[in-house]
Design a protein around this ligand. Sequence first.
Ligand SMILES: Nc1ncnc2c1ncn2[C@@H]1O[C@H](COP(=O)(O)OP(=O)(O)OP(=O)(O)O)[C@@H](O)[C@H]1O
Length: 580
Amino acid sequence: MFSKKFQRKYALTDQGIRNTKKGAFWTVIVNLVVMGGVSILYLMMSGFMGTLTEEGPLPSVALAVGLVLLFVVLSLVTHLQQYKATYGLVYNEVKTTRLSLAERLRKLPLGYFGKRDLADLTETLMGDVNRMEHVWSHVLGYLYGSYISTALIAVCLLVYDWRLALACLWGVPVAFGLLFGSRKMTSRNAERTKKAAVVVSDGIQEALENVREIRATNQEERYLEGLNRKIDEHERIMIRGELGTGLFVNAASVIMRLGVATTILVGANLILSGNIDFMLLFLFLLVITRVYAPFDQSLALIAEMFVSQVSADRMMEIYDTPTAEGAETFNPKGHDIVFEHVSFAYDKKEVLRDVNFTAKEGEITALVGPSGSGKSTCARLAARLWDVTEGAVKVGGVDISTVDPEVLLKDYSMVFQDVVLFDDTVMENIRLGKHGATNEEVLAAAKAANCDEFVRKLPKGYDTPIGENGAKLSGGERQRISIARALLKDAPIVLLDEATASLDVENETKVQGALSRLLAGKTVLVIAHRMRTVEAADKIVVLADGRVAEEGSPAELMAKGGLYRRMVELQQQSAQWSLE
Ligand SMILES: Nc1ncnc2c1ncn2[C@@H]1O[C@H](COP(=O)(O)OP(=O)(O)OP(=O)(O)O)[C@@H](O)[C@H]1O
């Protein structure tokens, strides 16, 4: 139970918790061995003092050398084990944690990425994990090991002489009490610092992503000024936080060290009253220097632990967010997509209300409607990129919210306006459509999507790397690659969102040919703004204000004279104006 809580608190994996226990164990052993060294020193000093005061025999030199050698060997071995258990094992923990966070993120519903943006999540995967790496390697095992060993030593000291023990140990609980008292302030400062750091990385990322727009609008100076302000603010918050923490850590350290003074004071009194001899005081003074050393370090470590709590919480928040789960099998009867009383809200903003329609297999169903009416949202819900708030989306009679998204998406091909490409070759970018597709299959899909001509002109043809998100390609070329990918996948459901929007007329005609091959016999859901694109649709669903305003074939809707007809006429008028 404690173990589980501890594991959550410090965002540790199962292996991590085992490593921490190992680290704490070896820290206890190291501290006890160090105490053994102190005892050897004490025994040797007592021997010499005995010789000096009572003229007894000299202590055996061989025994002394033997004990010192034993101490050195034990010290080396235990330090090595402690090093391995704390620093050595943690690197694997870092790797495992980053991978498991990334895996978790992959399975989270899209809605989550609206709450935490890319810079914020990158900060967790890199910055927060780095901070925790230091806590896992340098803090946890060391700190908890020191607690245990000091408790053991404190019990021994109390048994030996409770008066001297109290005189030297009273500062420890007071110092720790002070530090724990400052915990809220430290955590608050850490949270502020983290937020300011995320604002800075957001700003830097935005500047890099929008460098073209910033230059085009001559906003460089203004943008840099804003960025500078954010960086200054981060620095200011960080310095204030560190100052506060440093103040408390140093005050705690001073209080703890006052224990030396009280030990000397109490010890001197006890010697004068004949209660103890000098050697006992000498032993206590030796021991407290050793007891204080790990605790002194612990004070700074505890402060780091408080600060790291913000990072651990940010990591645990990813683990705690429910993933989009579902059955591992998907056996629909056909591939009709049915929206049944679907309502949907992004956070609290309701976008769709009681939407009902069917996109039949073998037909093209077009979603049209004014901007913001919810067309793209419908497409996202149809592929379970988001889950509906009310009602259900069914494919072949199966409620898709019961199917694992990864399994479900095997039946979907999607061509969206914002094409996602990887920094890889053209060949591999198309091959993503079908895992293990042969080069011949990839080439056939590329030809069908009218890619072949421009790809052959690239320096290395299909083996040309296309840069981050296809930066080296034009909008139309990127779109054609994504169509080739969809053709290669050949899934029974096709979602098209303004698929031919970035193509010129010549290319659009060519790609339309490829698309008609892709669409034959499939369930097709098209989102289009240009009415010309949807004239060939079997059915049109008109959305307005998140509701289905009307539906039917293009001819039926034209005859009806409703919103669809108005939209067609408006577009015809604007086409005429632009020609005039
Ligand atoms: N990720 C999101 N978070 C919050 N609100 C969103 C999100 N995506 C879309 N919206 C809002 O939902 C509403 C519907 O958006 P949607 O993109 O579905 O409309 P659309 O009909 O496809 O619009 P357009 O034709 O302009 O692309 C809009 O008001 C939009 O602002």
